[in-house]
Design a protein around this ligand. Structure first.
Ligand code: HEC
Length: 113
């Protein structure tokens, strides 16, 4: 009887964890607080371009999850343009500068796992 209770308890806990993770992944509004898990991209003309042109094939979360050097961002943006991203050379430079400044190799805030 005790073993059965424990088993039920463990199952309930596992379900709660799964449900919580699912909720977080789905409905995460940009959190203004520093130190929050989701990186909040600072506003600016480059962010507008990214939201309009980089979110068409994949979510912009796959952009803001990354931390790369300026060279790596340049290579990534060039690759996306080769794939069909609609950016002028000026847009590309602006986006590369923005990403390198805000999503460089060293995370600006300690990332929560
Ligand atoms: C024409 C469609 C398309 C557009 C527009 C696009 N991407 Fe992508 N992107 C992809 C595809 C397909 C993948 C997944 C393939 C892969 O992982 O290499 C991807 C993956 C990525 C990744 C993660 C994969 C990696 O390279 O490690 C990043 C970062 C990224 N894109 C950034 C951008 C940025 C920044 C823009 C806007 C300048 C952009 N993407 C616009 C198609 C696109």
């Amino acid at each position: 009887m005790t073993a059965r209770k424990i088993a039920l308890g463990v199952m309930g806990l596992a379900f709660a964890v799964v449900a919580t993770c699912g909720l977080e992944a789905q409905s995460a509004p940009p959190a203004p607080l520093a130190g929050s898990a989701a990186p909040t991209p600072p506003p600016g003309p480059a962010l507008v371009v990214i939201n309009e042109r980089c979110g068409t094939c994949h979510s912009t979360a796959s952009v803001f999850n990354q931390h790369r050097s300026a060279d790596d961002w340049a290579a990534t943006v060039q690759l996306m343009v080769d794939r069909g991203a609609d950016l002028t050379p000026d847009d590309m430079n602006m986006v590369i500068d923005y990403l390198a400044a805000n999503f460089g190799p060293e995370p600006a805030r300690p990332a929560a796992k």
